[in-house]
Design a protein around this ligand. Structure first.
Ligand SMILES: *[C@@H]1O[C@H](CO)[C@@H](O)[C@H](O)[C@H]1NC(C)=O
Ligand SMILES: *[C@@H]1O[C@H](CO)[C@@H](O)[C@H](O)[C@H]1NC(C)=O
Ligand SMILES: *[C@@H]1O[C@H](CO)[C@@H](O)[C@H](O)[C@H]1NC(C)=O
Ligand SMILES: *[C@@H]1O[C@H](CO)[C@@H](O)[C@H](O)[C@H]1NC(C)=O
Ligand SMILES: *[C@@H]1O[C@H](CO)[C@@H](O)[C@H](O)[C@H]1NC(C)=O
Ligand SMILES: *[C@@H]1O[C@H](CO)[C@@H](O)[C@H](O)[C@H]1NC(C)=O
Ligand SMILES: *[C@@H]1O[C@H](CO)[C@@H](O)[C@H](O)[C@H]1NC(C)=O
Ligand SMILES: *[C@@H]1O[C@H](CO)[C@@H](O)[C@H](O)[C@H]1NC(C)=O
Ligand SMILES: *[C@@H]1O[C@H](CO)[C@@H](O)[C@H](O)[C@H]1NC(C)=O
Length: 510
């Protein structure tokens, strides 16, 4: 019979350190200031029903495709309803019950797209129907397929209603363009994004003008799902979003953005849930995530193109979100060359055997960027598949380049992990001569059910301040030497910090 036991060790580190001055301001006070600048767009009280613009319902709600003439009719119905409502001064473009198969939709200023209960907007799989627009792909500007719902330099735009927006992507449509994928569900196809992705990255390094970076048909770069570009006063609420080609809610260079009460379910490759990129004043709350990549990933451009545009993401508040499947739950990076600051996340619940990491930072020495002022508190974690906290500076291109990453002022407070994880923390910076910088504080953390010995990998870190961090190791109870099973961050932290640390280890057995 197998008996399980719990061994706890409480670690309290006090680092002897002389501070010039004590921090007197609680950074969380900033949340009020950020939220006071954020408000939903005011949309005039006018309604334009797409049926009045000759939209055509599909015979069955589960129809995945429509004749080209129907797709064209619906594409024009959305276009004309939006244009006409905009010309009248703005209002709500109303999608009544029923399924409408269409190509891309472009929102204009002062327009709310309301997907009513029982309505489904489903996007055609005919890639030739999507126009080429100015967009940003994995952090690089280019001309590519229009995102399924797009806006450019618009103000006061919304997507609302409790209906469904279905990207209609699957293992045979759009997703195979990824090429090779860890959870590949397609047979190998000759057409994939590899050549175009490399070409785009090279163009960005060579500073080729964006209007000459033209992709689209024949290049296999999947569009994003919802992308307001250089827009302000944006609201996305209540809708369910399914099966995206790649990144899902992707505001770029936007200001005053609210994403609330939506359900994101898409298990495809690069299905990041919400990716604010070079945005400021963003409020994400009560969002449910089940995604094939990161759930939330804050971005600010990639490599040379990110530095050319050089706009950070800042002042982002994340509250009351639920994360199921994903790679990272709450993530910074990896396209983060413009930097990031003032990110606040609280009251979230993350739990899935298919969620790799709860709190994730990824970067490398080609991306660079200053990552600072990342605050998390009151986070509940069930189980995760890899580690609770990860800082990975070896992501993709890795350490051999000039833009050595910096991560500082990360405060993670009041986190309970109850469902187990292989590792508590995996934090990897660079050694000299190209030393990176990593500084973080973890306080009031209960890590339970850690499966690996040791339960952490911490390398080349400048400072980690642990305060009231408790660790519980789950293992088969087959040794009498209880203390030898107790794990701590102690020894490793001592070596890494290279400064004086006083610590106590309290071991108690349940
Ligand atoms: C470590 O973190 C705790 C809790 O946030 C704080 O009270 C303490 O001052 C920090 N110590 C140092 C040396 O930063
Ligand atoms: C949006 O509506 C507001 C208020 O009616 C108006 O002032 C503004 O010009 C409109 N914006 C555009 C781009 O049409
Ligand atoms: C979104 O849902 C909330 C809660 O169900 C509701 O109060 C709100 O009115 C909805 N918004 C719209 C625009 O329908
Ligand atoms: C992706 O495309 C490249 C270049 O055409 C090709 O060499 C590679 O085999 C393809 N990969 C897959 C998984 O199909
Ligand atoms: C989200 O939507 C998916 C797909 O419709 C559904 O299975 C799931 O129950 C929804 N989750 C929540 C929390 O609403
Ligand atoms: C988040 O949840 C807390 C606790 O349930 C609640 O007090 C708060 O109003 C919620 N905030 C938002 C923005 O939903
Ligand atoms: C974590 O557990 C402690 C002790 O049970 C409790 O005081 C704290 O509120 C919990 N935190 C969260 C985020 O649930
Ligand atoms: C240090 O950075 C330089 C480029 O700046 C690179 O060539 C070299 O390989 C790096 N060294 C290590 C050990 O990563
Ligand atoms: C202890 O458990 C491990 C892992 O299950 C097993 O390999 C080992 O034989 C056990 N040792 C004893 C003494 O039972």
């Amino acid at each position: 019979m197998i008996r399980k036991s719990v061994i706890s060790s409480a670690l309290i580190f006090a680092i002897s350190f002389s501070f010039v001055e004590c921090q007197n301001d609680d950074p969380w006070h900033m949340v009020q200031d950020i939220l006071s600048r954020i408000s939903p767009p005011q949309i005039p009280d006018r309604r334009c029903n797409i049926l009045d613009f000759n939209a055509v319902r599909s015979p069955n709600d589960d129809d995945v495709e429509a004749p080209p003439s129907t797709v064209d009719a619906n594409t024009n119905a959305f276009k004309n309803a939006i244009q006409s409502c905009h010309d009248l001064g703005g209002g709500t473009v109303y999608v009544p019950e029923g399924t409408y198969i269409t190509s891309a939709i472009t929102l204009l200023s002062n327009i709310s797209l309301e997907v009513s209960s029982g309505a489904i907007i489903r996007f055609t799989r005919d890639t030739t129907k999507y126009p080429i627009v100015f967009t940003r792909w994995e952090g690089i500007e280019l001309m590519n397929y229009s995102p399924f719902i797009y806006a450019f330099e618009a103000e006061n735009i919304a997507i609302t209603g409790s209906g469904i927006i279905d990207g209609n992507c699957d293992c045979e449509h759009w997703w195979p363009w990824k090429g090779t994928w860890s959870r590949q569900c397609w047979v190998t196809v000759p057409e994939n994004q590899t050549n175009a992705r490399n070409a785009l990255f090279q163009m960005a390094e060579d500073n080729v003008p964006v209007e000459q970076r033209v992709f689209g048909e024949g290049h296999f770069l999947r569009p994003q799902f919802i992308q307001p570009y250089r827009s302000k006063n944006v609201l996305i609420e209540n809708v369910t979003i399914l099966n995206s080609p790649m990144w899902i809610v992707h505001p770029v260079l936007c200001e005053n953005v609210i994403v609330r009460n939506i359900n994101i379910t898409s298990l495809g490759p690069n299905s990041d849930g919400v990716d604010p990129e070079s945005c400021k004043d963003v409020w994400i709350y009560r969002v449910y995530f089940q995604s094939g990549d990161d759930d939330i990933a804050i971005k600010s451009g990639r490599n040379a193109d990110g530095r050319r545009i050089n706009v950070p993401s800042e002042n982002i508040v994340i509250q009351n979100c639920t994360m199921a499947d994903g790679h990272g739950g709450i993530t910074l990076g990896s396209c983060i060359s413009g930097g990031v600051r003032n990110i606040f996340a609280e009251n979230c619940y993350l739990d899935s055997p298919n969620l790799d990491t709860a709190i994730r930072v990824k970067n490398n020495a080609l991306r660079g960027g200053l990552l600072e002022k990342f605050y998390l508190r009151n986070i509940r974690v069930g189980q995760v598949a890899k580690q609770v906290v990860e800082v990975d500076f070896y992501y993709e291109e890795g350490p051999n380049a000039d833009f050595v990453p910096v991560l500082k002022e990360v405060f993670i407070d009041n986190v309970n992990v109850t469902g187990g994880a292989p590792y508590s923390m995996v934090v990897k910076g660079y050694p000299s001569p190209n030393s990176s910088y990593i500084e973080m504080t973890l306080s009031n953390i209960n890590f339970a059910g850690l499966k690996n010995t040791p339960h952490y990998i911490v390398e080349n870190v400048d400072s980690i301040n642990f305060s009231e961090v408790k660790v519980q190791i789950w293992q088969q109870w087959n040794t009498t030497d209880e203390s030898s099973s107790a794990q701590s961050f102690g020894a490793s932290a001592l070596i890494i910090l290279g400064i004086t640390i006083f610590f106590n280890i309290l071991v108690s057995l349940n």
